[in-house]
Design a protein around this ligand. Structure first.
Ligand code: SF4
Length: 63
């Protein structure tokens, strides 16, 4: 599993960080930063949920 974020598409809504603040963070402009590209276990489940919740489709998972 690899999480990829398109920072040009991110609108800084923060749903990813709200879902998992161990996998995602936001920079000073609110744009997503992926902290853990290959999360495991419960973090992986939350990361998948965050990807599905992102309103701008900025996140995707590459298996
Ligand atoms: S949920 Fe999507 S739009 Fe919102 S901060 Fe995360 S990557 Fe950006």
């Amino acid at each position: 599993m690899k999480i990829v974020a398109d920072r040009d598409v991110c609108i800084g809504a923060g749903l990813c960080v709200g879902t998992s603040d161990t996998v995602f963070d936001q920079d000073d402009d609110g744009i997503v930063v992926v902290l853990v590209e290959d999360p495991e276990g419960a973090d992986a489940d939350l990361a998948r949920e965050a990807v599905s919740l992102c309103p701008s489709s900025a996140l995707r998972i590459v298996d």
